[in-house]
Design a protein around this ligand. Structure first.
Ligand SMILES: [Zn+2]
Length: 137
């Protein structure tokens, strides 16, 4: 009986957490449960719990997942933009280098924040966790 009640409470919490879009929460770097409080302490450090609703954010560790997306997306964008600036516009190489370095630094920090927050929000939204072995096989 107690398990049923705790399951119901847990299910109700999950329904409420699903009311916040994981993509909206990720883009705004807000808590995936309430959608109000920021999930970062500083630039890229995740908070342990949400300041607003007390949601445990420490369970979701995106690990190195966000980095590969940033490398692929930003690398392709920089290659395309760099080639365009050189071939089509004819900017000098030093100007292209300065532009691309600024784009890489700013884009990396912004994209890492957004993609990491989105991955954390998607983990909560889909109730993702490590697999566990059961007796049933
Ligand atoms: Zn929250």
């Amino acid at each position: 009986m107690a398990d049923q009640q705790s399951d119901q409470v847990e299910e109700t919490d999950r329904e409420q957490s699903r009311s916040v879009s994981p993509y909206k929460a990720g883009l705004s770097c807000k808590c995936p449960n309430c959608g109000d409080a920021p999930i970062y302490n500083g630039l890229l450090e995740l908070r342990g719990v949400c300041e607003n609703c007390g949601f445990d954010l420490s369970k979701a560790d995106a690990g190195d997942g966000a980095q590969i997306f940033v490398i692929m997306i930003l690398g392709a964008l920089c290659a395309i933009i760099g080639a365009y600036l050189y071939a089509a516009i004819g900017l000098p190489m030093w100007a292209i280098m300065i532009f691309l370095i600024a784009m890489i630094i700013g884009g990396t920090i912004w994209l890492l924040r957004v993609i990491k927050a989105t991955l954390v929000a998607l983990q909560f939204h889909h109730d993702a966790h490590e697999g566990q072995l059961t007796d049933e096989g």
